[in-house]
Write a protein that binds this ligand. Structure first.
Ligand SMILES: N[C@@H](CCC(=O)N[C@@H](CS)C(=O)NCC(=O)O)C(=O)O
Length: 307
């Protein structure tokens, strides 16, 4: 049977979404693009995610994937060739994501917004304060620009060093590590007039960036959020039920839990466990607009609490 087309709920400026767009390109996939607003509310998306609000989200029928970690895992499962984990590199590229997606990303965000400064719209600031549960302090980011330049430079210098023997990709062959690290360079490139200047000391990284950009985004077709919602409403979730005999907390299918990120956007999504493992948890929930959906989350960086 042909695979259903993945639907990505994203916005064009989103660096985490860029990871997934590049993976669509690498795997030469056709995908549907639902452009969401950069800030809340997202009234056609929340019925599917149950409140999870970070970007992007992937939808396949009535299965919803929250966070790039689980989106990538699912894309690799459905479309294993070409692989993002060549030459036996099955674990470390994921672990590297904890660097690219957290400290490297946070310093890139601060660098970008420090540069943009007082041109950042007030409604965006208010939205990101809600997301963070704390101040989105543009003045502090601007004041910290020298520090953030240093951080960005130190991070990019690691990429440059890894490419130092003229290898084309971080682990030799193209893979997840390249995609994850690229996200930050791409993000800075979108926003910083000084990027060419900043990348001058890093010619290998600049050439690597070009090679990744050339991969492209696969075949993208725009779709409305209403159509995506209707697809979910008409589809049945396809996730099989299975337990994890080695779950250290004795969780099992049928248990009611709430799942949320451990860093920001900590909105609990409540449902009944359908399946779980060391790296994923899938929960069933229902909503009056979409009916039954199964929402999938990664485990690293996420909290699972009873009830
Ligand atoms: N760990 C998440 C992080 C996603 C993330 O922080 N995305 C940013 C946009 S690039 C976001 O959610 N911003 C707030 C929003 O879109 O509501 C992932 O890998 O998907």
């Amino acid at each position: 049977m042909p695979q259903p087309t993945p639907i990505l709920h994203h916005f064009d400026q989103s660096p985490f979404s860029e990871k997934i767009r590049i993976i669509f390109g690498f795997k030469k996939l056709a995908w549907d693009s639902v452009r969401i607003s950069r800030i809340m509310p997202r009234p056609d998306l929340m019925p599917m995610t149950g409140g999870y609000r970070r970007t992007p989200t992937m939808q396949i029928g009535a299965d919803i994937y929250c966070d790039t970690q689980i989106i990538i895992r699912e894309l690799e499962r459905r479309y294993p060739t070409p692989t993002l984990f060549p030459a036996g590199n099955a674990g470390m590229p994921w672990a590297l994501g904890m660097w690219t997606d957290r400290p490297f990303f946070q310093s890139t965000v601060n660098l970008v917004f420090g540069f943009i400064g007082d041109k950042v719209p007030q409604d965006f600031i208010a939205d990101r304060e809600k997301l963070r549960g704390g101040k989105f302090d543009i003045a502090a980011m601007t004041a910290a620009l020298p520090q953030m330049r240093d951080q960005f430079r130190a991070n990019v210098d690691w990429i440059e060093a890894q490419l130092g023997d003229n290898r084309p990709w971080l682990f030799g062959e193209f893979g997840l590590a390249d995609v994850s690290a690229y996200m930050n360079v791409w993000y800075a490139r979108q926003s910083l007039a000084a990027m060419d200047e900043m990348m001058k000391p890093f010619p290998r990284t600049a050439a690597w960036e070009e090679r990744i950009r050339a991969i492209g985004h696969g075949t993208r077709t725009e779709m409305s959020s209403a159509d995506a919602l209707e697809i979910a409403a008409k589809a049945q979730p396809e996730s099989p039920v299975f337990g994890d005999p080695t779950d250290p907390n004795g969780r099992k299918p049928g248990d009611i839990v709430s799942v949320m990120p451990d860093d920001y956007g900590k909105i609990p999504v409540r449902g009944e466990i359908v399946s779980l493992s060391a790296q994923h948890i899938a929960i069933r929930r229902s909503d009056e607009r979409v009916g039954e959906v199964v929402v999938h989350f990664p485990r690293a960086g996420f909290l699972v609490v009873p009830g």
